[in-house]
Design a protein around this ligand. Structure first.
Ligand SMILES: *Cc1c(COP(=O)(O)O)cnc(C)c1O
Length: 344
């Protein structure tokens, strides 16, 4: 173990790779890429990229050119796409970098054409109304003259069974052969679970790589990757009637044994876990409110726990999401900077 912080994020490289392999198998004939934006959903973009590239992943997605730079030099043969495209300020970097912009707007397309930019990707909006050029703009020839590697669209509700999925799929499929793009890509993690009609040439999972379960079909196939662990600073005994933490939201009905752990909402263990979270595989419930840097857990179940011991927070994403009210995505991306990130 490296690092000296009183809290660490144990990262399971084998689980990361197994999750990607499952998603790649589900993707059928389509290639399976990896979204590593937001610093690899909080786990660390570069260590994620290295592990997935070793496993055979070739297509990576980040958000901004800052994220491209933060990755440093890339191994040969990888494709990196920048989902937010290009501003004027990005052009010098974008036209010479190893990464491609995903052009999202009419302005971005014009900018890229005017600069004679090399191969790019393009995002088309098929109904999410977030990023992407309009279908009508494609029909009007906006993309003519571009050298497009991947034509993309993004599903708004792939984690639900709603008609919007098939509507978006049909609108996207109708673009086949209309742009000269070498590949088409629609599905995120949840979209992969929707089946072969959604896979096209390339899939783009993020959440499920990191242990998120986007839909029921993935349950039992996706393993947790990020395991927060915190050190005990103090053990204390409280009496019946004693309260715990800010605003005394917990009052003991009986004498209890507590451990105070070195983790709090500043580390991304947010207040939704107050009186709801747990540690040690359900044995140690969180007691009272989550503080900025501390939580209390009840450790009656283990008389041996003492100062300096390491405790694993229960952080399986679907369950932790239900406990805290946070999205599985938020549970990953809010994990803070004070953890030692330790790959196993
Ligand atoms: C974030 C993102 C993905 C990955 O989505 P998940 O739901 O995390 O699998 C794929 N495509 C685009 C355009 C994205 O922004």
């Amino acid at each position: 173990m490296t690092g000296t912080a009183p809290l660490r994020l144990a990262l399971d490289g084998a689980a990361l790779i197994a999750n990607w392999r499952w998603l790649a198998a589900q993707s059928g004939r389509a290639a399976c890429g990896a979204a590593i934006k937001a610093d690899g959903y909080g786990l660390g973009a570069r260590p994620v990229l290295d592990r997935l590239a070793d496993a055979g992943c070739r297509d990576f997605f980040v958000t901004t050119w800052d994220e491209v730079r933060a990755l440093g030099a890339l191994p040969d043969g990888l494709s990196l796409s920048v989902l937010h495209g290009v501003r004027d300020a990005d052009m010098a970097e974008a036209t010479t970098a190893r990464a491609r912009p995903t052009l999202n707007t009419v302005e971005q397309v014009k900018r890229w054409k005017q600069a004679g930019g090399p191969t790019c990707d393009v995002m088309v909006d098929t109904g999410m109304n977030r990023l992407g050029i309009a279908l009508q703009d494609v029909a009007d020839g906006l993309l003519d003259g571009l050298n497009i590697d991947t034509l993309m669209s993004h599903l708004a509700s792939a984690d639900e069974d709603v008609p919007q999925n098939a509507q978006q799929r049909a609108a996207f499929a109708a673009l086949a052969g209309r742009t000269g793009a070498r590949r088409m890509s629609l599905a995120n993690s949840a979209g992969i679970c929707l089946g072969p009609d959604y896979h096209f040439d390339l899939t783009r999972p993020g959440l499920a790589l990191y242990g998120g379960v986007p839909r029921g079909e993935a349950a039992g196939h996706i393993a947790p990757v990020a395991h927060p662990q915190a050190q005990v600073i103090q053990r204390r005994r409280i009496k019946a009637g004693d309260s715990v933490g800010y605003n005394a939201t917990f009052t003991a009905k009986r004498a209890m044994e507590l451990a105070i752990l070195n983790i709090g909402y500043a580390d991304g263990y947010l207040r939704g876990f107050s009186n709801r979270g747990s540690a040690g595989g359900g044995r140690f419930p969180v007691i009272g409110r989550v503080s900025m840097d501390l939580i209390a857990i009840a450790v009656d179940a283990d008389p041996a726990i003492a100062e300096g011991d390491w405790i694993a927070l229960d952080y399986a994403l679907p369950e932790a999401s239900a406990q805290s009210g946070l999205a599985q995505y938020e549970l990953l991306t809010t994990l803070g900077h004070r953890f030692d990130r330790v790959w196993m």
